[in-house]
Unconditional design. Structure first.
Length: 99
């Protein structure tokens, strides 16, 4: 499955990226979701509350059940940066569409 998402780089520039979706996890220490992709040198991080993370996971699981080829984050911005780099942005609430 692939994921399409609006990403903010270290300069705040927004770009749409399409990557292989490998998984998602929640980092309780930084209150952020981390999306795993085929890119090994950078992270896709989404600051969010735990309840909003669970909502995003349910949306992804629905896409998996429906055998979607692509999921797209329609609402919410993902921070792309080098491994371990952090950003201070407002917590996001994701809306994920199945394609």
């Amino acid at each position: 499955m692939y994921i399409a998402m609006q990403c903010s780089d270290s300069n705040g520039t927004l770009n749409t990226e399409v990557c292989t979706f490998c998984g998602i996890r929640y980092d309780t220490r930084y209150k952020s979701a981390v999306i795993s992709t085929e890119h090994l040198n950078h992270d896709y991080v989404i600051p969010m509350e735990a309840k909003d993370y669970e909502s995003a996971v349910r949306q992804i699981m629905d896409a998996l059940k429906n055998h979607a080829d692509i999921i797209r984050i329609e609402e919410g911005i993902v921070c792309r940066g080098r491994k371990g780099e952090s950003r201070h942005v407002e917590p996001q609430k994701l809306v994920i569409a199945q394609i």
